[in-house]
Write a protein that binds this ligand. Structure first.
Ligand SMILES: NC(=O)c1ccc[n+]([C@@H]2O[C@H](COP(=O)([O-])OP(=O)(O)OC[C@H]3O[C@@H](n4cnc5c(N)ncnc54)[C@H](OP(=O)(O)O)[C@@H]3O)[C@@H](O)[C@H]2O)c1
Length: 260
């Protein structure tokens, strides 16, 4: 008899940060298709319509979705995300937290400014720390936290001094919280580690960076191409499922074998 019940997310409440486009939009939509009610977070006023489209697509599949504009780098905006999740939660609990939103520009060490550093660390590290702190009192037993890391955290890519450091920090946070929130809260905390993915972040990279990356892409063991959102989102959804209950503190490589 076929049995996919372990992958079902029916009735769960999920927060996906940065869900207006790219990977976050793909993850939010897939979690919705698996049965979750989803908070679709975004930051730029220009992304409102895109976020609303993601929410409509989720609702068309029969679950609830709520759009929430909040800047992850601003601590006073973080409660908006939690409030939105509680609005679509029949149980008053939050089950899934996907730390996807990120700043991802390149700068060589010599060009790195304090402003660049702060923009990346505030959005990619400070935001997830304080959003998790705000979600903690509401997280359901069996809950899931997933960070979207990057192969850049491990590969050592020129031009990623700050970005790579934020992503390595994400993986460290997952390992710490797996312990700190594991037995006490009954949740798992993991990272997914994509290589280059065909999203705005990738296509907005500067020309030289894309040129430098081409040999790496050509050498990707699984196939000589950048990844697609659909290569990554199902792995995130799997980590959110009951079937993934014995995996925590780990990094799931989703980069075609560039790095494990
Ligand atoms: N693309 C790649 O090659 C690649 C590779 C490895 C890992 N990743 C990681 O995958 C994740 C998604 O990347 P992506 O390529 O899908 O990015 P993207 O297309 O650039 O989209 C970024 C998303 O994050 C949101 N965002 C950015 N800063 C935010 C903030 N301060 N507060 C709230 N939301 C914010 C954006 O919202 P707005 O639309 O409102 O601006 C947008 O929804 C990131 O963590 C990234 O580091 C990407």
């Amino acid at each position: 008899m076929r049995d996919f019940k372990g992958l079902d997310l029916s009735g769960k409440v999920a927060i996906v940060t940065g869900a207006s486009r790219g990977l976050g939009a793909g993850i939010a939509t897939l979690l919705g298709r698996r049965g979750a009610n989803v908070v679709v977070n975004y930051v730029s006023p220009g992304s409102k319509e895109r976020a609303e489209k993601v929410a409509s697509e989720i609702e068309a599949n029969g679950t609830k979705a709520i759009v929430c504009q909040a800047d992850m780098s601003k601590l006073d905006q973080i409660p908006r995300i939690v409030d939105a999740a509680l609005k679509i939660s029949p149980s008053g609990k939050i089950d899934i937290l996907i730390h996807n939103a990120a700043q991802g520009s390149e700068a060589n060490l010599v060009d790195t400014t304090e402003e660049f550093y702060t923009r990346h660390f505030d959005a990619n590290v400070k935001g997830p720390i304080f959003l998790t702190k705000a979600v903690e009192p509401h997280i359901a037993r069996g809950g899931r936290i997933v960070f979207i890391s990057s192969a850049g955290a491990r590969l050592g890519v020129a031009g990623q001094t700050v970005y790579a450091a934020t992503k390595a920090a994400n993986e460290a946070l997952a390992r710490v919280w797996a312990k700190e929130l594991g037995q006490s809260h009954g949740i798992t905390v993991n990272s997914v580690n994509p290589g280059p993915i065909a999203t705005d972040q990738w296509f907005q990279s500067d020309e030289q960076f894309l040129k430098d990356m081409q040999p790496l892409i050509d050498s990707t063991p699984a196939a000589a191409r950048v990844g697609e959102v659909d290569d990554i989102a199902p792995l995130v959804a799997f980590l959110c499922s009951d079937d993934a209950r014995w995996t925590t503190g780990s990094v799931l490589s989703a980069n075609g074998g560039l790095y494990n």
